[in-house]
Design a protein around this ligand. Structure first.
Ligand SMILES: [Zn+2]
Length: 267
């Protein structure tokens, strides 16, 4: 079977080595994993997750009365934090997730980025574009995600803007013009069923608590820091589900991805 995320990691190393504008990226600081994403359904093909964002400012949720506008309930003060991931003792500031099989069936036709490519460009180049796109989200100042995401790590509604998409397409051309070894990127030419036929199945790295993965979490501030809560407003307790907040190599596993589902495989 083809391990799709391993192939993407190898490809990313090659891209970073060949495209000068991405040379600030250290491939050892990236971890590629897969999430399930149905083909043809709405949703991202891939996402760049930054784990080095600082804790948020303290905040709280509140509920207002629709008519009077007054606050009827509120939560205690909390901050949001990033989980940590380290592989063989090395902290990993960026995760890049790919939605399988959706990503494998991506093509240029009708995509927003299509206009940055010449007519007749093969459809699978859309996948190479996405790989470069996610790398380009890594901020050279190492302070988070370039352009698109808000400081709290949530995706912003704003589009990437013309320059982002055009620069990505330029870097895709730059990579291909550097004459990379076909075996490094050839797997992108095949859609999901072609991959299954050719390799007997598609596997990928996931976290053991699949479908979960490291995500920002809420931590209540200690009682001494629960300031300024007017006694007249009832406190709504937050349902905080205990999730793992530190991950290592031991939390990774490999799953097989199928058209409609995934399954654990025993290595
Ligand atoms: Zn993006």
């Amino acid at each position: 079977m083809i391990n799709y995320t391993e192939r993407i990691s190898t490809l990313m190393r090659d891209i970073v080595a060949r495209v000068p504008r991405l040379s600030y990226i250290d491939p050892d600081e990236l971890l590629v994993f897969a999430r399930y994403g149905r083909s043809g359904a709405e949703g991202a093909f891939a996402t760049c997750h930054c784990l080095s964002l600082p804790d948020s400012e303290p905040g709280y949720y509140y509920w207002r009365d629709r008519e009077t506008g007054s606050i009827t309930r509120r939560s205690r003060w909390f901050v949001t934090k990033s989980p940590s991931v380290s592989i063989k003792g090395r902290p990993i500031p960026y995760l890049v997730s790919f939605a399988l099989p959706r990503f494998c069936n991506q093509t240029l036709a009708g995509a927003r980025k299509e206009k940055y490519y010449r007519k007749g460009t093969p459809g699978w180049i859309a996948k190479l574009d996405t790989v470069v796109h996610e790398l380009y989200h890594i901020d050279p100042a190492a302070s988070g995600i370039r352009h698109v995401e808000r400081a709290d790590g949530l995706p912003s509604n704003s589009s990437h803007g013309r320059d982002f998409l055009k620069t990505v397409a330029d870097m895709v051309r730059e990579y291909l013009a550097s004459d990379p070894d076909l075996t490094t990127y050839e797997f992108l030419r095949y859609n999901f069923s072609e991959l299954e036929q050719r390799y007997g199945g598609v596997t990928a790295t996931t976290f053991r608590n699949y479908p979960s993965y490291p995500q920002r979490y809420i931590e209540l501030l200690p009682p001494s820091q629960q300031l300024d809560i007017p006694p007249s407003v009832p406190i709504q307790p937050l349902k905080i589900r205990r999730k793992p907040i530190a991950f290592t190599h031991a939390d990774l596993t490999v799953r097989q991805f199928l058209t409609d589902s995934t399954r654990r495989i025993v290595l």
